[in-house]
Design a protein around this ligand. Sequence first.
Ligand SMILES: NC(=O)c1ccc[n+]([C@@H]2O[C@H](COP(=O)([O-])OP(=O)(O)OC[C@H]3O[C@@H](n4cnc5c(N)ncnc54)[C@H](O)[C@@H]3O)[C@@H](O)[C@H]2O)c1
Length: 269
Amino acid sequence: MHDKALALFDLKDRVAIVTGGAKGIGRGIAENLALAGARVVVADRDAAENVACAQSITDAGGRAQAITCNMSSESDIAALVESTLAAFGQLDIVVNNAAIYPMSPIADMTTELWDEVLGINLRGVFLLTRAAMRSLKQAGENGRLINISSIDTWKSYVGMGHYDASKGGMEAFTRSCALELAEFGVTANVIAPGAVKTPGSETVRGNLARERGDPNTDAVDAEFATRIPLGAWANADDIGQATMLLATPAAHYITGQTIYVDGGLKLTM
Ligand SMILES: NC(=O)c1ccc[n+]([C@@H]2O[C@H](COP(=O)([O-])OP(=O)(O)OC[C@H]3O[C@@H](n4cnc5c(N)ncnc54)[C@H](O)[C@@H]3O)[C@@H](O)[C@H]2O)c1
């Protein structure tokens, strides 16, 4: 009986790609998929951190490989999928996590910045999903597309117009993927994190603290945590564990959904 329950959460025969997997939330996702037994391809443009992440998973007894990939490059993305298939012979789980979020008010936003953000956060998601379609369909009921969006699609912040557009587009795109993949038994879902402490959010948190004239980021963080019903910022593992759950056989009937992993923050916004 207990073995049956464990099998529902076992990813031992799966192969996963996690974009932006070297740091922050992506690293939490890569580590948790590996924890459940998946072979994980860590795909990040930061080559050194990418190798370090794959090595640390391997050192901990998991199976991981680093492939450097810039999600704004169509040729990098094609090579990522080809190298994954060459190394492992299959690709079952794709996690589109890589994104950038440089703040800029719309009036000051350059066309180049808009294109850069949309290029990585939305076009990159399309390119990898398209490149992985054949493999996902072959994976059948083991196939999973999991896209990392943001609570920003529920409530916007000033300076995030490009980012919010990219994440809103990603959510709509994911629902289209869910429809196209359903006949193969493949699911496609979005995870929308709330407030997560990562290297990327560190910069945003620092900016917010400065804007409020309070150089003490910790105090600003603590004040923000009081708005979160569960009382704390998320860490990368919190998002990694939710992603792992969606990837497991137990989640085979969940598709086309946006799941907020936010400690209840959406309830107070
Ligand atoms: N941190 C938060 O509070 C928060 C909240 C909601 C949603 N998110 C989402 O979670 C995801 C991860 O965010 P994070 O805070 O961990 O970010 P981060 O900046 O800490 O880490 C992002 C990782 O992606 C990589 N990356 C960036 N651009 C890339 C590219 N073009 N190609 C390949 N790799 C690239 C970086 O090298 C880095 O390793 C993003 O999709 C973000 O929108 C984060």
